[in-house]
Design a protein around this ligand. Structure first.
Ligand SMILES: Cc1cc2nc3c(=O)[nH]c(=O)nc-3n(C[C@H](O)[C@H](O)[C@H](O)COP(=O)(O)O)c2cc1C
Length: 154
């Protein structure tokens, strides 16, 4: 039987920008051997996934000054079932935006406050074309989070 992921990376992407960032987070996390890492499209994430993961990384594009509908739908669908289990759950955010990203970030942070998630890293916001340096930051984020699980910090 497959283990529940310790580090769960959820994402939505239409034109692959956010997906590339999410993949980079996953690659960094996989540098830490022995940590269960999973990257799932938001539409495929269940309440059980959210309850069981140790750390949640939320990767969303900015659409119309907000998180993507698929990421919002994940929250809408799982809130009632998970909210008693997610207090203090560590989370981090990665945004891909054309030129801003602030609206997507603030909308995710508002919902994270509802779930009582605990922010453990500063958000990464990619604006415009995906830069190699941003992919490096995403890899570093994944590695840091997975190392935190490995060291027993999370
Ligand atoms: C429907 C739609 C709405 C968008 N709205 C915004 C926006 O409000 N602010 C912004 O900076 N970029 C906006 N963008 C640009 C996307 O955030 C950007 O292209 C992002 O990298 C897309 O990520 P994806 O390839 O993972 O879907 C929008 C793009 C689409 C398709």
């Amino acid at each position: 039987m497959k283990c529940a992921p310790q580090l769960l990376i959820v994402y939505h992407s239409q034109t692959s920008n956010t997906e590339r960032l999410a993949i980079a987070v996953e690659e960094g996390a996989r540098d830490i051997v022995g940590i269960e890492v999973e990257r799932l499209p938001a539409s495929g994430v269940t309440a059980v996934d959210l309850k069981k993961c140790r750390i949640l990384v939320i990767c969303s594009p900015e659409y119309f000054g907000y998180m993507s509908g698929a990421v919002k739908e994940l929250f809408d669908r799982t809130y009632e079932e998970t909210r008693e289990f997610t207090m203090g759950k560590p989370y981090a955010v990665v945004i891909s935006a054309g030129n801003d990203g602030a609206g997507a970030l603030s909308s995710i942070e508002r919902i994270a406050a509802g779930y009582r998630f605990r922010k453990i890293q500063e958000p990464i916001i990619s604006r415009g074309a995906i830069l190699l340096s941003t992919l490096d930051r995403c890899r570093e984020l994944g590695k840091t989070l997975a190392a935190g699980i490995d060291f027993g910090i999370y």
